[in-house]
Design a protein around this ligand. Structure first.
Ligand code: NDP
Length: 259
């Protein structure tokens, strides 16, 4: 349980859902963790839960808006002042923006890209100079199976998530000679508030939920903890030669041609 001992990690959007599970798993593995989150209340509540669960947990909640590069930079500075240089960054914060392309507003387009793609770049840009200088670092970007596959009417979220894979590959190649690894995780359906909000936005939320559970060959959707385990692996020294890659976590759904 010490796979991240001595490491300092910053996880964006860590107040709830997948980000909270990653923060918890990182602390369990010995890392000091900064929860960089828009909603300071959820971040503080999650930090308190984690601190209660693990003796000597080193955990800090910092209000952060990933759409603002200065806000992300300031979270990184606070992490460094409190715990030391950031070894691991998880760009997890993301929002669903699902619309019809031609009726979508300009604001929807901008909101989606501001969080789902600019937010990832803002995180990378804030930590990369230090990682390059120290010749060590691991960045894990939370993409989605929407980064490879399209569902009609779910625009422009998949466009931004395709961009996250492009950014991951480009930065992974750019900084490989400096021993900085940049990888992505592409989750399928994972049970979080995001998924519940989507079900509740459907005309029949219960039917939407049942239909979602039928999609993966395993006939269930994923748990945030199942994404967190892979984030631990990619962040750790167990993955020294994995770079510019993406690991899909969807119970096999995207490999399925049809039933
Ligand atoms: P949640 O909506 O449950 O959690 C997202 C967190 O990010 C929230 O705490 C939210 O804060 C925070 N956040 C939103 N905007 C910002 C911002 N501008 N700056 C900082 N934090 C912000 O989502 P999930 O845990 O489900 O998703 C996490 C990631 O996983 C996202 O990138 C998502 O696209 C991806 N993903 C999720 C899947 C799923 O099925 N759940 C599937 C595939 C990918 P607030 O509460 O204030 O909004």
């Amino acid at each position: 349980m010490n796979r991240l001992a001595g490491k300092v990690a910053l996880v964006t959007g860590a107040g709830r859902g997948i980000g909270a599970a990653i923060a918890r798993a990182f602390v369990a593995e010995g890392a000091a963790v900064v929860l960089a989150e828009l909603d300071l209340d959820t971040a503080q509540a999650t930090a308190k839960d984690i601190a209660a669960a693990y003796a000597n947990a080193r955990v800090l909640a910092v209000k952060t808006d990933v759409t603002q590069s200065a806000s992300v930079q300031s979270a990184v500075s606070e992490a460094e002042r409190t715990f030391g240089p950031v070894d691991v960054l998880v760009n997890n914060a993301g929002i669903n923006v699902f619309a019809d392309p031609l009726t979508m507003t300009d604001d929807d387009w901008r909101r989606c890209f501001a969080v789902d793609l600019d937010g990832v770049w803002n995180g990378c840009r804030a930590v990369l100079p230090g990682m390059v200088e120290r010749r060590a670092g691991s960045i894990v970007n939370i993409a989605s199976t929407h980064a490879f596959q399209i569902i009609p009417g779910c625009f422009p979220y998949p466009v931004a998530k395709h961009g996250v894979i492009g950014l991951t590959r480009a930065l992974g190649i750019e900084y490989a000679p400096k021993n900085v690894r940049v990888n992505a995780i592409a989750p399928g359906y994972i049970e979080t508030q995001l998924t519940h909000d989507w079900w509740n936005a459907q005309p029949d939320p219960d039917a939407a939920r049942r239909a979602t559970l039928e999609l993966p060959p395993m006939k269930r959707i994923g748990k945030p903890e199942e994404v967190a385990m892979t984030a631990v692996f990619l962040a750790s020294d167990e993955a020294p030669f994995i770079n510019a890659s993406c690991i899909t976590i969807d119970g096999g759904r995207t490999a399925l041609h049809h039933e």
